[in-house]
Write a protein that binds this ligand. Structure first.
Ligand code: ADP
Length: 319
C-alpha cells in the first residue's frame, strides 16, 4: 500500500496519541503517505481528512486524549453511512485504514473490511475489555489514576474512621475495579462479572471494625450498581460513617503512562506492518509481551473474560 489512513473512535483513552504517532511515523519511514481522519467515523463520512507529515505528530506522545479527536456516530452503523465513508476513502486514494478504539469501533472496522476495504483494529480503551489482547491502550494510565485517588481517599478515610465507596468506570468489564482494588488494597471489590451479597459485605465491615480497623474501602465498577446508592445502603446497615467518591471522567484523562506509550507505539507500528502486507480485517494485541494479531471478526466473537484467579486472589488478600 502507498497510502493509508488512521482514525480514533469511541471513548478516548490516554495513549491514543502515541498510537497515532506510531502509525504516522512507521508509515512514513516505509515511504507511505498517511492521512488522518478527524472525529472518527463521523469525520470519515464527512470527509474530514488531512495528510499528516512526520512533524504533525511531534510533541503529542505525552498527551492524553486524541489529536484526531473522537466521536460517536450512529449513522455509521448503517450501510449508507459505511458507503459514504468508503467513498471518501476512495476519493483520497486511501487503500487501508488503522482504527484505534474500543469494540464499537472494531465493529465499524469489521463492516468496512466486509465491504472490501481493509482495516486493522488497534485496542484503545481504558476498560481493557477487548478480546484478543491482554491489555488495551489506556488501561494502565487509568489504573494509575484510580490508585492515586484510592491512596488519597485512604488518607482521609483513616483520619476520620470512615467507610468509603469508590466508583470506577467499567459498565461491562470489571478489570479497572479489580486491578485498582487489588493494587489499592480495597476490602471489597465489586465487578459486573461476579454477583455479590450485601450481607457478607456488611459482616466483613463489622468484623474489620471489631478488630480495630480505622477505615474500609469498597471499589465498585459502575456497571454493578450506583456507588451512591450502595453507600446509602451500607451506612444504613452498618451505622458507619460512609462516604462515596465517583471518580468519573478524570479516569479517561492525563498523560499516558510509560507502559501505555510503549504499548501504543508497538501496536500502532504493527498495524501498519499488516497493512504493508495487504492484511486487512485484523485486530492487533499483546499476549505474554508478544505482539499478536487475530481476525477481527473472530476477535469480536470472543467474550472478554475477567482473570478469575486474580479475582480470587483479591478476596484472599482482603480478609
Ligand atoms: P468504543 O469504540 O469505545 O466501543 P462505541 O461503542 O461508541 O465506542 O463505538 C464507536 C463508534 O463505532 C460508534 O459511534 C459507531 O460510529 C461505530 N460503530 C459501533 N458499532 C458499530 C457497528 N455495529 N457497525 C458499524 N459501526 C459501528
Amino acid at each position: 500500500m502507498k497510502r493509508i489512513g488512521v482514525l480514533t473512535s469511541g471513548g478516548d483513552a490516554p495513549g491514543m496519541n502515541a498510537a497515532v504517532r506510531a502509525v504516522v511515523r512507521k508509515a512514513i519511514y516505509h515511504e507511505m503517505e498517511v492521512f488522518g481522519v478527524y472525529q472518527g467515523y463521523l469525520g470519515l463520512m464527512n470527509g474530514q481528512i488531512q495528510q499528516l507529515d512526520r512533524g504533525s505528530v511531534g510533541d503529542i506522545i505525552h498527551h492524553g486524549g486524541t489529536v484526531l479527536r473522537s466521536a460517536r456516530c450512529l449513522e455509521f452503523k448503517t450501510l449508507e453511512g459505511q458507503k459514504k465513508g468508503i467513498k471518501q476513502l476512495e476519493k483520497y486514494g486511501i487503500e487501508g485504514l488503522v482504527v484505534i478504539g474500543g469494540d464499537g469501533s472494531y465493529r465499524g472496522a469489521k463492516a468496512l473490511t466486509e465491504h472490501g476495504f481493509p482495516c486493522v483494529g488497534v485496542p484503545g480503551t481504558i476498560d481493557n475489555d477487548i478480546p484478543g489482547t491482554e491489555f488495551t491502550i489506556g488501561f494502565d494510565t487509568a489504573l494509575n489514576t484510580v490508585i492515586d485517588a484510592i491512596d488519597k481517599i485512604r488518607d482521609t478515610a483513616s483520619s476520620h474512621e470512615r467507610t468509603f465507596v469508590v466508583e470506577v468506570m467499567g459498565r461491562h468489564a470489571g478489570d479497572l475495579a479489580l486491578w485498582s482494588g487489588l493494587a489499592g488494597g480495597a476490602e471489597t471489590i465489586l465487578i459486573p462479572e461476579a454477583s455479590y451479597d450485601i450481607n457478607r459485605i456488611v459482616a466483613k465491615l463489622k468484623r474489620g471494625q471489631e478488630r480495630g480497623k480505622k477505615h474500609s474501602i469498597i471499589v465498585v465498577a459502575e456497571g454493578v450498581t450506583d456507588g451512591r446508592e450502595l453507600g446509602k445502603v451500607i451506612e444504613k446497615m452498618t451505622n458507619f460513617d460512609t462516604r462515596v467518591s465517583v471518580l468519573g471522567h478524570m479516569q479517561r484523562g492525563g498523560a499516558p503512562s510509560a507502559a501505555d506509550r510503549v504499548l501504543a507505539s508497538r501496536l500502532g507500528a504493527y498495524a501498519v506492518e499488516l497493512l504493508m502486507e495487504h492484511k486487512g480485517g485484523r485486530a492487533v494485541g499483546i499476549e505474554r509481551n508478544q505482539i499478536v494479531d487475530y481476525d477481527i471478526i473472530e476477535a469480536l466473537a470472543k467474550p472478554h473474560k475477567i482473570d478469575q484467579r486474580m479475582y480470587e486472589l483479591s478476596q484472599e488478600l482482603s480478609i
